[in-house]
Design a protein. Sequence first.
Length: 172
Amino acid sequence: MGIDDTPLDLFGLQISAFDIFASTVSIVMVAVLATLFSKTRMGISLRAVADDTLAAQSVGIRLPHIWRIVWSVSGFVALVAGLLWGARQGVQFSLSLVVLKAMPVLIIGGFSSIPGAIVGGLLVGATENLADIYIGPLVHGSVSNWFAYILAVTFLLIRPSGLFGEEQITRV
């Protein structure tokens, strides 16, 4: 029993059942991870290590244990994302182009913010499609492969910390 790809009519929009399933899985994972990282002792320990490794060690947080948790969680998230993407698009060599889009998403959203990464992803996806529609005919080709990087460079020039990122305070 699998999820078919028949489109469902949702307020006049045709959305596939698999896209709704993948979106639901993504929303649940983000909610669980955000709660895990902000409300549990383990999450607070992870954030302490991310902020200041030496201070975290001085209060008794064991770094090898934290690194195992970090790599396990990141591997699980990558596994779920890979399964969903592979089921949707198929697995081929050109998936590397999709993976490279993560950097502009993080630059735009801010490296220290999960909501920023979500907004950055939505912004990159929307602007790529709009650029293909409006700029593509002007340059006689598709711009979706490189437009996200131009957008990221623009954000680096205007707001280096991203939309939701924390600005670094430098002392002289």
